[in-house]
Design a protein around this ligand. Structure first.
Ligand code: SF4
Length: 213
């Protein structure tokens, strides 16, 4: 079985387990999703979801967030960690959205990555979740799981993104991205992958389970 076939088999199994590939982040529109994804760096989605209602009640759109008082914003963001830099980032992003995109989230990865605090990972989440554009967000989970599955040898997220784009058909890419992420959080964890209980173990060459196959 070649890598492409293996990747598709893995995806098929994970699709049964994770039929819903909507982001666990709470959002009702593009501005909220973009802001929430920026805030989710180095913290959990649950933590961002806890402050989201208060944040978006105070700042419902790019215009209000761009005009936010930094100290007020920091007070709301304090629980998510790195709150000072995140406050500056999301306010600057809102200002750039307003200035260059009429307050709307742009549809293209290249446009999105011109915004402050927005890298390819964030841009891929946003385009796939908001616009149905094929995207793969190579975060720590996706990087680890694709490496263990032997689908990449790279340690560079951008290189892995391009490798997965070459391997996975467009219409499956966003689903693959979310499901590999969920699998990494729930089963193929960083410290202790649960290989004995892993639903895709038969497709995985990870050394830990080669001895008894
Ligand atoms: S078999 Fe182990 S290493 Fe491979 S995907 Fe499953 S949990 Fe991860």
């Amino acid at each position: 079985m070649d890598d492409r076939e293996r990747a598709l088999q893995v995806h098929a199994v994970l699709a049964e387990i994770y039929p819903d590939t909507r982001s666990p982040l709470w959002f009702e529109n593009g501005f909220q999703l973009l802001t929430a994804v920026i805030l989710s760096a180095q913290t959990t989605d649950a933590q961002v979801n806890r402050i989201a209602p208060r944040l978006f009640a105070a700042y419902p759109d790019a215009e209000t967030l761009a005009a936010a008082d930094l100290l007020d914003l920091e007070r709301i963001l304090r629980p998510v960690g790195f709150f000072r830099s995140k406050a500056r980032n999301i306010r600057a992003t809102a200002a750039a959205l307003l200035e260059r995109f009429g307050g709307e989230v742009p549809r293209g990865i290249e446009d999105l990555t011109t915004l402050p605090g927005v890298g390819r990972k964030t841009a891929n989440v946003v385009v796939s979740q908001l616009f149905g554009v094929p995207g793969i967000a190579v975060d720590t989970h996706v990087m680890r799981v694709t490496q263990r599955l032997g689908l990449t040898e790279s340690k560079d997220p951008v290189a892995i993104e391009h490798e997965m784009r070459a391997l996975i058909p467009d219409d499956q890419l966003s689903g693959f991205s979310m499901r590999i992420n969920f699998h990494g959080r729930n089963c193929c964890t960083a410290r202790r992958p649960a290989c004995d209980d892993c639903p895709v173990r038969r497709f995985c060459p990870y050394p830990e389970n080669t001895h008894d196959r």
